[in-house]
Design a binder for this molecule. Structure first.
Ligand code: ADP
Ligand code: MG
Length: 258
């Protein structure tokens, strides 16, 4: 998609903090998170259970307010927007994929996918249904379009969830352990599907996962531990360095491969 200021990062997170407070406890969960996402990146977020991945994704998705820090996306400081503006921003620019698909069980695959678009416009449209059908075809479910969500397998449901996340042509897709509930083959399929779509559309994907193997296939990995980023290794950063021919040759270097 084309958006203003195309060369700036899509998203910049600075010293983001979240402490859950209730009557008895204060639970600090995010303790100063910093990173930026470039447009069109596919980034894995890794971290042990309880490290704050879901909390961070929920805040990035503007579904939860941080306690402190800055969250800028598409040159807007989201922490300053009122709830109504946030809802518009979220509907327009952000797609979600959850571990447990969150499909409406009594609705068909097509209705589930068309829903975010209808919600945004306040009504269903033919254009919306056509786009939903196109997306379901894209995720390999043309023949399951009119099945109710309850009649689909785990992998199929998650592919519907991928289609639904893409319905409004988001700039950013946030996926919280999208393959966590799937067997190996289905997890692979759903992951590869997201990767293909990311390459075709240059949509930015941030995917939390426990799966090191799938994470290793992403362009970049952000590791979270105890509410801070402990490592951020970017293959894209490596690509920005001079090509091997211009670097001092290392033992068994580029000559050996050519
Ligand atoms: P992850 O997704 O990495 O497993 P979470 O973001 O779900 O981590 O949780 C991080 C920590 O925040 C956990 O210790 C969890 O108990 C705590 N937490 C999450 N939500 C709440 C909440 N609403 N109130 C209090 N603590 C919470
Ligand atoms: Mg989680």
């Amino acid at each position: 998609m084309t958006v203003p200021g195309d060369d700036a990062p899509l998203l910049v997170v600075e010293d983001l903090r979240k402490t859950f407070v209730d009557r008895e406890f204060e639970t600090p969960v995010l303790k100063g998170v910093n990173f930026a996402l470039e447009r069109g990146e596919m980034v894995a977020m890794l971290g042990p259970s309880g490290s704050g991945k879901s909390t961070l994704l929920t805040i990035l998705g503007t579904l939860l307010a941080p306690s402190a820090g800055s969250l800028r996306m598409l040159d807007q400081e989201l922490t300053r927007l009122a709830e109504e503006q946030l809802a518009d921003f979220r509907n327009r620019y952000i797609g979600f994929i959850f571990q447990y698909h969150h499909l409406l069980p009594d609705f068909t695959a097509l209705e589930n996918v068309a829903f975010p678009h209808a919600g945004r416009l306040g009504r269903e449209t033919r254009v919306g249904r056509e786009r939903a059908a196109m997306l379901l075809e894209r995720v390999g479910l043309a023949d399951r379009m009119h099945y109710r969500a309850t009649r689909l397998s785990g992998g199929q449901k998650q592919r519907v969830a991928v289609a639904r996340a893409l319905m409004n042509e988001p700039a950013l897709v946030l996926a919280d352990e999208p393959t966590g509930n799937l067997d190996r083959d289905s997890a692979n399929q759903v992951f590869e599907l997201m990767q293909e779509i990311q390459r075709e559309t240059r949509t930015t994907f941030l995917i939390s996962t426990h799966d090191e193997e799938l994470a290793s296939r992403c362009e970049r990995r952000i590791r979270l531990r105890n509410g801070v980023v402990v490592r951020d290794d970017s293959t894209a950063g490596a690509r920005r360095q001079p090509p091997p021919a211009l670097q001092p040759s290392a033992p068994g270097g580029s000559e050996a491969r050519s």
